[in-house]
Structures are given as structure tokens and as C-alpha cells.
Ligand binder design. Structure first.
Ligand SMILES: Cc1cc2nc3c(=O)[nH]c(=O)nc-3n(C[C@H](O)[C@H](O)[C@H](O)COP(=O)(O)OP(=O)(O)OC[C@H]3O[C@@H](n4cnc5c(N)ncnc54)[C@H](O)[C@@H]3O)c2cc1C
Length: 804
């Protein structure tokens, strides 16, 4: 075994093998994969090998397509067959909600370059004659996907990697990891020690244990999973084409042809966690005992929906464990605070995802950037809140819902409420319907007394629609209160703070008493944050961003290596806040503060430390609604009192609560983009319009060279707002924006604009087409709707109310 390597990959399942291949492919030939048993001996060898491009996140879909398209390449390079059956896939809908979901996939697929088609159930029979049509109302056919041989595919990756110079050591167990001062790792194995520049945890079923080697607790857990192989079916005899991979959402069943029979699997509602505390060391190439009794009712649904299956015997049953993160997406990327330690684990769809994971991770290692937005797979989407207990309830919830479609207005109940602000109970009393963001409860909308505090999960407008409208109208006509505790909050202080921030952020760093909108770029000049920065003193700054991105931003701050005279800390749990917005916001607040709030005395983007009622607070004049607005930040011990003071002062002025749904509507009426929806690491300052906050005159900041180059070349596409002729459903995200039958752009977010009376879509279109009044079409749940581009905000285009 070599004594050193540029990178060591721990684990020879399909994920580790793909990471090894991709590292070798970009020229890192001095890389070594260590596998404690035989390649594939964890969860890979017994997988069903199904592959598909379907994922709720469009970028992951794209990477899944990359994975599937890659198999021919590794077959050619390695000479090893992946036994591909690229016969596409069929998704069956039994309810209106499922049908809507398939239509949304179709609308998205056009821009993603994927071939899909909505079918009637009768047409679907051509792809799968085993279907009993009486259980279904429609189907989606997709050309991508099929199945492959798990073992052949993993060996093809490994052989192809070896051809490019990478090494593989089987039967070599990693026992511990020791960090050296230079940032490298001593990887201690039962065959000796290897010094590695980087270590990548691809340990699958043992990822948790390989995390423990460096003192981290990854939110990953294994579940048992069953599939059955039937005896040969007469119905398939003599057919000239294979039965295609079929997903039956309502039956929670997937199936495909396996030789003359069928492979059928189920994701049962009450799954079984495997090895909850410690993964057995000696589990290798093993299966788990079958549990037919428990699973019989679920497979029986399959036999009902596909009756021919009930008429043949079961040839073999497979029960094996595989791992999940709490939301079902993989965990990849570097880990904050642990230099040169990377993860690629919790990959539950290895044969659809491993290739894409290898691609982005190899770029990330080599270029310090994954090359595209992968926030939905980033290990940093989980923070301290993802404790082992959280993982232990969220993973079974996710497993149970594997085939239940995620509705955009749906909030999952497990592990809730977890993080609660001091006014949580008061908001609940006021009718709040809550969502969870980074484990923290936050109000989505408020149900008036007597109204059910729940919504039917739907892709269309829900029961909340009229109540959200009332919240929006109250903000625009009087004043509203929105809790901002769920934002990401950081304090940067110390003598070197200003100089360090100047390097990390692309904006001009504000003077004491001022607030700046603060885009953050990665070295490739792409948007990794759209924050605000308030200068409280020359050596003390309060930074506010998206709550879900707290760990993501902390990792960027850590990677930017704050010098000894700079202290960076999260104030997520030590700062609570509210936003007061609306034409009567000043009048309300003036009742609680001694400072003069008149427009000339306390201007837009001004900041001060003052008392608001009883509470010592940071007060900023800012907001996200487009109205006159203030944000008030205080510590949790004062927060409930601050809230009561605000209500006492605001009741007679018409103060109302408003929630996240109303905020989405209000911000789109003003054309404001939101991080992770409209602004993501896929987009640039000029595309998003955030270039107006970039200080191009600064001599040095992360991403400057790329941002300057883009400015010189001009942005190819532009973030825009469109009015959509929608009726009972608004856009959700990633629908294709069509012109003359071609998909030219995509939607990033949408909402009904309650105060402008229009359905609104935000998205990107080619710059040349970004003209006032330009007409497009957007497929909303199967109906082509006309969309008209508006260059100016639909509400208060001059910003008079904001500045008033
Ligand atoms: C019944 C079943 C059906 C499935 N069907 C499908 C399907 O149809 N399609 C699909 O895409 N996915 C399917 N999966 C999921 C799929 O198996 C996983 O996505 C995939 O195997 C994950 O691969 P991995 O490389 O992350 O993990 P693993 O395969 O578990 O690999 C991890 C490797 O790391 C090694 N290792 C761990 N610790 C150490 C150490 N300390 N030192 C050295 N080596 C170590 C292990 O020996 C192991 O080989 C299925 C899973 C099951 C159980």
C-alpha cells in the first residue's frame, strides 16, 4: 500500500468508486480508495439498480441525468459492463394531487432537456401491461432511466479510475484518522498508515462511524428495505420489449422486469431503523432476515394494482439496509472546522446520484467550488439542530414518505416543534400555522379565530389564500409584524473586522450607523449569499442572511480564515427579532423609542442601538416588503416583552401579524429576489441584478476577477418578474419559460400578488428577451399560461413608500 496520497477515499461502494473515478479524471491520479472488505460489500451489492432523473430539486435532477449518461463512458474506459437496461420509466398517478405533481415534472423537464410525456392510463399499458387501469388516472413517461447491475457499475467506476492512475486497496480497514499540523491526515489502517492531503468519507452504512473518527455527528441513519423477485410471468413471455421501471405513488410500490419475472419493492409507512446506535463492523455482503408478516399488507397493494404478480410465486426476497439523511438527499461537501475532511454519504439512490456526486465533489476538491449550486445536497444544510434524536425521527419519516409527493404547502410533522422562539406560544395563540426552518418554528400564515389551522396539501391555491391576502392588504394599508428570528445572524467583531469583511463580501462595507445590502460571491463570481450588514461600531458588525444557510455561511466565513483580531460567531440563538412594516410603522414605533424617527432623522438603511419599549435593541430601518419598515433585534430574554410592547402600541393602529407566505407575495410585488430560490450559486451578480450592490472599485474581494469579467462580457440571462395569466394555481419553481415552443428560461419562485391582483413568477430569461411587455408561456400543471415580463416592480416602482 502507498504511504501517501493526495486524497484517500474511505469506502468502496458505488459512491466511493465514483468519487475515485472523478478525482482521477480531473487529473488527481495520486488518489487511493480504501475498502475494508470487497468492493460493494456495504449496501451497494444488493441494490435493485434502478436509476431515474426524478428529484424535487432541479439541479439534483440534472446531476442524476449526468450519472445515467455517464455509464456508457465508464463501460468504454473500463471494459466492464454495467448491464444497462436504459428503457426509461413510468410514474403512475392515482389522485389529482399526484397528477398535478407529474404535470409539474413535465413542465420542468423541458428546460432541463429531459424527454417526458403525460400519458393516459391506456397509453401507459403499452409500457407496462401488468397495470390494473382501474386504480390510476394518468401517467408520466420519461425516456431517461432504467436499471443497471450494481456490482458491474461499481467495478466499472473502479476499473476506469485505475486506468487513470488511481489505486484501490481492498480488505484494508480504516481504524482512525489523525490530523497533522499541515492540514493533512494520517489515515491509520489495519495494513499501515497513509498520509493523505484530503480524506473523503464515502463509508455508506458506516459513514456515521467514520464521522466519529473526527468528532462529528453526521445526520445519517440506515433503514431496512425489502424487495421481492417473482417467478416468471406468462404475461411477459414473448414480449419484444422489457417492462419499464414503474413507480406507483399511491401504492408506494416500484417494480421492473428482472429476467422473466418482476422485481417489486415497497417503502412501507412504518419502516425499521437498522443499527440505530452502531453499525456492526463485521456486516459485509450480508442481508437481513425477511419480515414478510410485517410487509405483506403493503406488497398486497402491489398485487392488487398489478394483479398478474399475485398469480405467481416469489422466487427470492431481499432485505438490506441503506442510509438516509433526514430529508432524503445526500450529504456532501467539506465539513466546517475539520480541515480537508469531506463527506459523500447518505446517498439513498446511488445508481442515480453517485456519478453526479463524484463530479461535483471532485471539482470542489480541485477548484474549491462544486461548479454549480448543490445546496440541496450540501452537508451544511444541517446545523447543530440535527442531533441524533432529530435524525432518529426524521429519517423514518422520510422513508415512510419516499413515494409520497412533497406538496409545496406541506410541512412535515416529525421532530416538531424543535427550536422555539420566546414568542412561539403567543404566535400560536394568534392563530399561527407554523413551518420549520433550520429546526426553528416560524409562522407561515395566521388563521383567524374559528378557521382550521391546516391546509390540504396541494399544488394549487390552498384554503390559506384569502387569509394571506388579508395579511398582505393590512401591511400595505396599516402595519404588520413579522418575526425575523428565523433569519441567519452573525456578529463579526474585532480590530480587523472591517478589513476582513471587505475581502469576504463584495459590497462596500458600511460606516457606523449604516446598513448595506451585502452580496457574497464565491471565487467563481457566483452568488453564495444575499445578506445585509449593519455596522454597529467600527469594529462590530451585525450580519443577517437566510436562516437555512447558517451553517453554509459559517463554513464560508471559516474558510475565509479570519485572522486573530477578528471574531466571527453565529448569533442564531442569542438574537431574536421582528420586522414592523407598513405606512403606520413609524407612528407605532415612535411610541416606543425616544430617538426621532422622522424621515430626515432616521433614514432608510440607518442603524442604531437604542431601547424599544423595555428592550435594549438594535434598530434598523429596512425590510423586505417594500413598505416603510423597521427591524428590531434584541436578546431572547427581552423578546416577549418587546412583542407585548409592540402590540400595546400598535393595536389601535391596525397592527396585524403576517407570516412567510404574505412576505413572499409582498416581496415579489416589489421584484425582490430571495436567496436559495431566486439567488443561488448558479447565478452571477449581473444576472441577478445584485451587481448594483457590488463595489467593483475595491482592490480585492472574493470573486472580483470573475465578476469583473462578467460585467465586461455582459450577462447572458436576467432575473425578471412576470405577470402570469393563472387561474387557480401559481408557479412553484423550475417550470420552463417557453417562447415559440422552445424552453428559453426557468422559473425560480412565484406567488399570487395579492395587492396588485396578479399571479407573479420570478425567473431567468435570455437578456435579449428581457424587455418590458415581452410575452412568454409557462406550463402550470398542464395548462399553458401566458406570461408578460415587467421590468419595473408592479408595486410602488419609484420606491416612494419604502423611502417615505
Ligand atoms: C434493498 C435495497 C434496494 C436498493 N435499490 C436501489 C435502487 O434500485 N437504486 C438505487 O440507486 N439505489 C438503491 N439502493 C440504495 C443503494 O444501495 C445505495 O444508494 C448505495 O449502495 C450507497 O452506496 P455507498 O457507496 O454510499 O455505500 P455502501 O455501499 O454502504 O459503501 C460503503 C463502503 O465503505 C466501506 N467502509 C466503511 N467503513 C470503512 C472503513 N472504516 N474502512 C474501509 N472501508 C470502509 C464499506 O465496507 C462499504 O463497502 C437500494 C438499497 C437497498 C438496501
Amino acid at each position: 500500500m502507498k504511504s501517501s496520497a493526495r486524497a484517500v477515499v474511505i469506502g468502496g461502494g458505488v459512491v466511493g468508486a465514483s468519487v475515485l473515478y472523478h478525482l482521477a479524471k480531473i487529473g488527481w491520479s495520486d488518489v487511493l480508495l480504501l475498502e475494508k472488505g470487497e468492493l460493494t460489500s456495504g449496501s451497494t451489492w444488493h441494490a435493485a439498480g434502478g436509476m431515474h432523473t426524478f428529484n424535487g430539486d432541479a439541479n439534483i435532477s440534472r446531476l442524476q441525468k449526468y450519472t445515467i449518461d455517464l455509464y456508457r463512458e465508464i463501460e468504454a474506459l473500463s471494459g466492464q459492463s454495467c448491464s444497462l437496461h436504459p428503457n426509461g420509466g413510468l410514474m403512475l398517478a392515482a389522485t389529482q394531487g399526484e397528477l398535478d405533481s407529474l404535470r409539474l415534472i413535465c413542465s420542468r423537464a423541458r428546460y432541463l432537456g429531459m424527454e417526458t410525456e403525460m400519458l393516459s392510463v391506456e397509453q401507459a399499458l403499452d409500457y407496462n401491461p401488468l397495470i390494473d387501469p382501474s386504480h390510476f388516472i394518468g401517467a408520466l413517461w420519461r425516456a431517461d432511466g432504467g436499471h443497471c447491475d450494481p456490482s458491474g457499475t461499481t467495478h466499472a467506476y473502479a476499473k476506469a479510475a485505475r486506468k487513470l492512475g488511481a489505486s484501490v486497496e481492498r480488505f484494508t480497514r480504516v481504524l482512525s484518522l489523525a490530523a497533522r499540523r499541515d492540514g493533512s491526515w494520517d489515515v491509520v489502517t489495519d495494513k499501515g498508515t497513509v498520509n493523505a492531503g484530503h480524506v473523503i468519507n464515502c463509508a455508506g452504512l458506516w459513514a456515521r462511524e467514520v464521522g466519529h473518527m473526527v468528532g462529528i455527528e453526521l445526520p445519517v441513519l440506515a433503514m431496512e428495505h425489502h424487495y421481492l423477485l417473482t417467478e416468471d410471468l406468462p404475461e411477459l413471455k414473448g414480449r419484444d420489449k422489457e417492462l419499464v421501471n414503474t413507480t406507483d405513488f399511491s401504492g408506494e410500490i416500484y417494480l421492473r422486469q428482472e429476467r422473466g419475472g418482476v422485481l417489486i419493492g415497497t417503502y412501507e409507512p412504518r419502516g425499521t431503523v437498522w443499527a440505530p446506535l452502531h453499525t456492526p463492523d463485521d456486516f459485509s455482503m450480508q442481508l437481513l432476515p425477511e419480515d414478510f408478516e410485517r410487509l405483506a399488507p403493503y406488497f398486497e397493494v402491489g398485487f392488487k394494482h398489478f394483479p398478474a404478480l399475485g398469480r405467481v410465486g416469489i422466487r427470492k426476497a431481499v432485505n438490506g439496509p441503506f442510509t438516509f439523511a433526514p430529508d432524503g438527499n445526500p450529504l456532501i461537501g467539506p465539513v466546517r472546522g475539520v480541515r480537508n475532511y469531506w463527506v459523500a454519504c447518505a446517498v439513498m439512490a446511488g445508481f442515480s446520484q453517485a456519478g453526479g456526486i463524484g463530479l461535483v465533489l471532485s471539482r470542489w476538491l480541485a477548484e474549491n467550488d462544486p461548479g454549480q449550486d448543490i445546496i440541496s445536497m450540501d452537508v451544511a444544510r444541517f446545523g447543530r439542530f440535527a442531533t441524533p434524536k432529530y435524525t432518529s425521527v426524521k429519517v423514518p419519516e422520510n422513508y415512510a414518505r419516499r413515494f409520497q409527493l412533497a406538496y409545496p404547502n406541506e410541512e412535515l410533522p416529525a421532530a416538531r416543534p424543535l427550536r422555539r422562539s420566546p414568542i412561539y406560544d403567543k404566535l400560536k395563540e394568534a392563530g399561527a400555522v407554523m413551518g420549520a426552518n433550520f429546526g426553528l418554528e416560524n409562522a407561515l400564515w395566521f388563521a383567524p379565530a374559528g378557521v382550521l389551522r391546516a391546509e390540504t396539501p396541494t399544488y394549487r391555491r390552498s384554503e390559506a389564500f384569502p387569509f394571506v391576502r388579508a395579511e398582505c392588504q393590512a401591511v400595505r394599508s396599516a402595519v404588520g409584524l413579522y418575526e425575523t428570528t428565523n433569519y441567519g445572524k452573525y456578529e463579526v467583531s474585532g480590530r480587523g473586522a472591517r478589513a476582513w469583511l471587505d475581502r469576504v463580501f463584495a459590497c462596500r462595507i458600511p460606516r457606523p450607523g449604516r446598513l448595506a445590502l451585502a452580496p457574497m460571491l464565491n471565487p467563481a463570481g457566483r452568488i453564495i449569499g444575499d445578506l445585509s450588514m449593519a455596522c454597529l461600531a467600527d469594529d462590530r458588525f451585525m450580519i443577517v442572511g437566510s436562516g437555512f444557510a447558517e451553517e453554509f455561511h459559517l463554513r464560508w466565513f471559516w474558510a475565509a480564515d479570519p485572522p486573530a483580531d477578528v471574531c466571527v460567531r453565529s448569533t442564531a440563538s442569542s438574537l431574536t427579532g421582528v420586522s414592523i412594516a407598513g405606512p403606520r410603522a413609524r407612528e407605532l414605533l415612535q411610541r416606543l423609542v425616544r430617538i426621532d424617527l422622522s424621515p430626515s432623522a432616521f433614514k432608510l438603511f440607518q442603524v442604531t442601538e437604542t431601547a424599544v419599549g423595555f428592550a435594549p435593541a438594535v434598530l434598523t430601518r429596512a425590510g423586505f416588503t417594500g413598505e416603510l419598515g423597521y427591524e428590531i433585534w434584541t436578546t431572547p430574554d427581552y423578546f416577549a416583552t418587546l412583542y407585548e410592547d409592540l402590540w400595546d402600541a400598535g393595536r389601535e393602529l391596525g397592527l396585524v401579524h403576517f407570516g412567510g407566505r404574505a412576505l413572499s407575495s409582498l416581496r415579489l410585488e416589489k421584484g425582490y429576489g430571495s436567496f436559495n430560490k431566486d439567488f443561488r450559486p448558479d447565478y452571477t451578480p449581473a444576472e441577478t441584478g445584485l451587481d448594483r450592490f457590488v463595489d467593483f472599485g475595491k482592490p480585492d474581494f472574493t470573486g472580483r476577477a470573475a465578476a469583473l469579467a462578467e460585467r465586461a462580457a455582459g450577462a447572458k440571462r436576467r432575473f425578471v418578474i412576470m405577470e402570469v395569466a393563472a387561474t387557480d394555481a401559481d408557479v412553484i419553481g423550475y417550470e420552463s419559460i417557453m417562447k415559440d415552443g422552445a424552453a428559453l428560461g426557468h422559473v425560480t419562485s412565484g406567488s399570487y400578488g395579492h395587492c396588485v391582483g396578479k399571479s407573479l413568477a420570478a425567473g431567468y430569461v435570455p437578456t435579449a428577451l428581457a424587455r418590458e411587455g415581452a410575452r412568454f408561456e409557462i406550463d402550470i400543471l398542464g395548462e399553458m399560461r401566458s406570461a408578460t415580463l415587467r421590468l419595473e416592480p408592479l408595486y410602488d416602482p419609484q420606491g416612494l413608500r419604502l423611502r417615505g
